[in-house]
Write a protein that binds this ligand. Sequence first.
Ligand code: S5P
Length: 506
Amino acid sequence: MEDLVEALFEAEAVKFGSFTLKSGLASPVYFDLRVIVSHPRLMLQVSERLWDVGRSVCPSALLCGVPYTALPIATLMATAHERPMLMRRKEAKQYGTARMLEGAFAAGDVCVVVEDVVTSGSSVLETADVLRQHGLQVRDALVLLDREQGGRETLAGAGITLHSVCTVSRLMQVLLDRGRVDQATVDSVSAFISQNRATSPPPASSPSLGPGEVAQSYGQRARLPSTSAVASRLLLLMEEKRSNLCVSADVRTAAELLAVARAVGPHVCLLKTHVDALDDFTADLPERLAELARSHRFLLFEDRKFADIGHTARRQYQGTCGGGCTAACDVRRLLCGGFSECGVWACTAGGVFGIASWADLVTAHAVAGPGGLEALAGVGVPLGRGCLLIAKMSSQGALTTQGYTQATVAMAEARRDFVLGFISTERVTHDPSLLHVTPGVKLQPGGDDLGQQYLTPEEVVGRRGCDVMVVGRGVLEATDVTAAARLYQQAGWDAYCGRLQPATAS
Ligand code: S5P
C-alpha cells in the first residue's frame, strides 16, 4: 500500500497547494484519480488493491464502477478475475433503449459499487440508488481512498458498508514517512479534513429540508390551518407522548397482537397492523384493540395498502355488515349508506375485517388513479379517518420512481381532507402539514433476505426529516419488547429534538 501511495503521488493523482474545490472551498490537498488512465501499471495496482479488499466481503457479487473514473478500474477488476460487471449510464440514451444500466442481471442479484475517492458518499449513493431501482441488492462499496469526511457514516445510514484501501490520514502518514511532504502539510490537510466533514446530505431526489418542515415542532404543525383533523390529532398525541414511534405488529395470532399492543402501547403514537395476515381474526378483535388504543393513547393503523379501482377498494375498506357487523351503531349506519338496520339485502358494505369501522389510518397506493382514493375518502372522511399514500417504498427495486412519487404527491394534495401524508423513505414535499411516515427502520442499518432495507432513526428522523418511524422486527424480535419499544421511542425522539431549532427543542 505504501508503494501505491507513493506511485499515486508521483503520477500527480495527489497534489498539495491551494485548490478551489467544486464546493468553492479552498483545499490544501487535491485528489485527481482520473490521471491514472495514463499509467497502466498504476491502474493495475489500484484495481488489484481494490480487489484484495473486496474479494472476501462479496465473493460472487457483480461489480459496478461509479462513472467515470471508477469505470476503467472496475473493468480491470472484472476482466482479471472473471467477474461480470454492470455499467451505469450517467445520462439516458436518446435513442434505442433508454436503459440507465447496461449488462446482464436479475432482480435480487448482489452488486458492489466501486469508487476512486469517497468524500460525502453522495456519488456512491447515486449509483447505488440506480442499482437498487433495478432490483439489485447493494450492501458494500469498495473505494481506493476514504477522505474521512462523513461518507462512511452516510453510506452506513443507507445500508452500505464502505471498504477502503486507504484513508487520507494513512496516505499523509506514508508520504510523511517517505519524505514526500513535511509535517506542516500533514497538519494543514488534517485540519482541513476535520473542519470540513461533510454532513450527510438529504437524498438527491428529496426536497431539501427547509425551515417549513423541520424547524417546527409537531405541536406547531398540528395547529397549522392546512393540517387535517386526523393529522392534527396524531401530531398532538406525538407531542404529548413524546413519541414518533409506530410499532408494526406483524404477528400471527390475535393473542400475540393484543400482547404486543399492551407491551408497546405506552411508547407508541401508532400501532400498525396487517389483520389479513392473522391466523385467527375474529370480529371482536378490533374492539379489544380499540380499548387498548384508548387506554394507552395511540391510533390504530391498518396497513391495508389499497390499490384497486374505486368500486372494489370501497368494498374492501367498508365494514362487515348484515349480521356480522361489529361496528358501533352510528358507524354502522354510515357504512350502510343510510339504512337504519343492517341487512345483507340492503347493505353495500363488504369485507370481513371491517377496516373503516376501527382503523384510524389506512394506507393506499396511488397506482389505480384518483378513483380509488375518491372511493376510500367517501367511506373514510365521514368517519373521521385518514389515509397515508405510499410514495416511496423501503424495499430494494421498488418501482416508486420519482415520476410516480410526484404524481402521488399531486393526488394527495387534491384530497387533503382524507390524505394526511405519505409512507416514504424520505420527504417528498415541503408542506409541513403533511406527515412522512417511514418504514424500514432499525437501530442497525442493513436489510433482510427479501429486499427490505433498514435505515437508522437518526438517518430517518434526524437527517431526512421524516416524522414517524415504523419499526417491526426491530422491536418484535427483541427478548423484551417493551424495553425495545422504549429504546426506539428514545432514539426517535432524540433524533427529532436534534433536528429542531434550539429554541423549540425539548
Ligand atoms: O415501503 C414499505 C411500506 C410499508 S407500509 N416498507 C415496509 O416495510 N412497510 C411495512 O412496514 C411492512 O409491510 C411491514 O409491516 C413494516 C416493516 O416491518 P419491519 O419488520 O421490516 O420493520
